[in-house]
Write a protein that binds this ligand. Sequence first.
Ligand code: SF4
Length: 291
Amino acid sequence: MQFQTLSVLAGSEACNARCPFCVSKMTPPNGIKLKEPEVNWRNFRKACILAHRSGVSTVMFTGKGEPTLFPNQITKYLRRMQEFEFPMIELQTNGITLADLPEEYDSYLREWYELGMTTIAVSVVHYNPEQNRRVYLPYKKAYINLPELIRKLHRLNLSVRLTCVLLRGFIDSVPRLEELAAFARDNKVEQLTVTPVNKPEDIRDTAVWNWTNQHHISPEQVAEIAKFLKEKASHLRTLAHGAEVYDLNGQNICLNHCLDVRPNSKEMRNLIFFPDGHLRYYWQYPGAILL
Ligand code: SF4
C-alpha cells in the first residue's frame, strides 16, 4: 500500500483560537503552562518506518487543537524522525503564536528549519483581517499581522501555504476567490489551498453544528468555483485523493475536498499517527486502524 502523507497529531485539543466551527478547547488564561501530552515514541518510530517504506514524501504536523502550543513536542518529533529523511515536513497552524510571540517562537522556527521543516501552512478564512478576527479571535480587538508573518517565514527560508476554509459570507464565490488568490500572489505565498466546509453530520455540539450549518457553502457554489478554475487556470495535477492543483495567473491554488474515501485506490492519502500510539488511515472512521 502506498501513502502520500504521514499526519502527526501534535499537541492536545487546546487552542488559542475560538473558531465557531471547531470543538477544540480554549487555552487557560495567560501564564498557565499547559502540560505537554505524552507520546508513544515506540509506535511513532513504527509509524515512521511504515511511512518511509510506503513512499511517504510529506509529513504534516497537525492537531485537534493548535500544535504550536507545545513547541518542544514538535522539536522532539522532528529529532526522532530525522533518520528517515522525509523530504517535505509541514506544520499546520493558525499562526497566532508564531506572529504574536516572536521572542519565543522565532528561535523555534529556526530550529525546526534546521531539523528539516519546509512549509508552514497557516489556516485562514479570508484575506481580510477583520473577517479572520471574527472567526479566530472573536475575544480580541485585532487579528495577527498576516502579511508580516508571511514575510518573517520567508526570511527564515520557510515556504508558506495558506489553507482557507470556504464558508458562506466569507470566501464563497469566484470574485472572492480571485481576491484571495491576489492576496496570496502579492504576499508571494507559495501555495494556496481552498477547502469547502462540509455540511455537518455530527450534532453532538449544537453550537458548532448550527454555525457550520449556516455557513457551509452550497454544492452549486463549489461547482461554480471548480468551473472557474477549470476554464481560467492551468490544470497542473490531480492528487491521489482527487484534489485539483492549478496555476491561476502565476498563483498555485489547490481545490481540495474533505473526508474522501477511496477503498479501491492503491495509493492512500494519509497515514495518521495519534500520540497514544494508534495508527489510522482515515480521520472519520475509527475502524480504519492499523495499530
Ligand atoms: S484554529 Fe484550528 S484548532 Fe483552533 S479553534 Fe480554529 S479550527 Fe479549531
